[in-house]
Design a protein around this ligand. Sequence first.
Ligand code: F0G
Length: 460
Amino acid sequence: MTEPAPSSATLQRETSRLRCISCGTIPDTAGQDFRCKHCGDLLEVFYPDWEGSRSTEFSPAELKSMWLRRRSSFVPEDQSGVWRFRELLPRLKNDIAPITLREGNTPIYELPSCARVAGLDHLLAKHQGMNPTGSFKDTGMTTAASFARQEGFRWVACASTGNTSASMAAYASRGGMRSLVLIPEGKISWGKLSQALDYGAVTCQLRTDFDGCMRVLNQVVQRMPVYLLNSVNPYRLEGQKTAAIELLEQLGWNVPDHIVVPGGNLGNSSALGKALLELRNLGLISRLPKLSIIQACGANPFVRMIRSREKKLNSVEADTLATAIRIGNPASWKKALRALQETGGTVEEATEVEIAEAKAQIGADGIGCEPASAVTLVGARKLVQQGFIKRGEQVVLILTGHLLKDPEFTLKFHRGELFSGSPHEHEAKILAAQQRAPVVLDANPDAVIRTLQAAEKQPG
Ligand code: F0G
């Protein structure tokens, strides 16, 4: 940290506390489950100095230029697309170095053919799959794993649909800690499982779903000194906030009209919403984009709650090929609801065939993503049809995971096997035009040239 502090020294010093999102209790320390000891609801990080009258010393312009300058620094914290924004994050004690893999710093891409499909003039994607372990989880893991190490934990643990476990295992190893992973047996992609193994996690495949893994883990952390790294951990969400900050910076602080994000356990949407509100309250932006959350139809408890105007989330039995968001009882629904209401966003859902189609469309723009991320394109298209998004508005999809996270899904899609024998088989016939199965040929140039000529006659 080679730079002079901004004049807003108040922003930098030990200003963060935890607070219950329901009853407002401010605990001195968090319990193992990161829940309020009085009412059992989730905790969030808040910054007392930012509340009430804003510090007059605070200069948004100063922060913006300092964050930009750090892009050319060689200091690890500055090279991290998370810690670069450390003035808006909880502070580690005694300035100890965070565990960083230089996460964040993810690109924004134009998606021209997806824009046409969605009925938009332009469409942008911020690709969080370009993080070190291939998903947005790294931005939250660098903060929460650093706090775990600061607290002296030897073990960290999570329940996961695959990406959290991959990311946690990497950051734990980098930070000299051990990691325990609980994943639903047979319901996560091989790519993600192999990452957890390679990064040295103790990996338990439980005969249950994600929600069942979460239940077991909550009991384990009560009985053993392991640090919970699921997104109920409020330090995770603080790191994940930076995707929104970085996005605004990349857009020259011009606020887009809409941000569209997939919803599973609803930690990410909560984090992005928190960032937007804080940026607005601190004067870094003057208005809010609408944050909309898209779920798979087979794992849509939040969509159901919003549409039925219920005040409470009812869990569902989740089932979707987008295994990352195969979650029926999302922990952070109250935080996500607040993000939706305060930004004026909405919800949508995507069928299995729509998810597969949208994933191939994003791939055809040369970008690619994992199935869970593709729900955002489906959602954007439906929200344009409903008039919630206007053709000329600026829309940013948050792509959460890399294409290579789930190659089996992609291969089955192109071989036309994804929906074989499933209730979606008939509907899936519309996917044929997008399928590009590999062809096996003799090692002979004529055979290759015939294939080339046949392909030339088909639409690219
Ligand atoms: N997209 C991807 C690629 C994910 O891995 C996840 C969640 C989500 C979207 C949804 O984000 O849960 O914050 O609403 N994956 C978690 C995991 C649950 O264990 O890897 P969310």
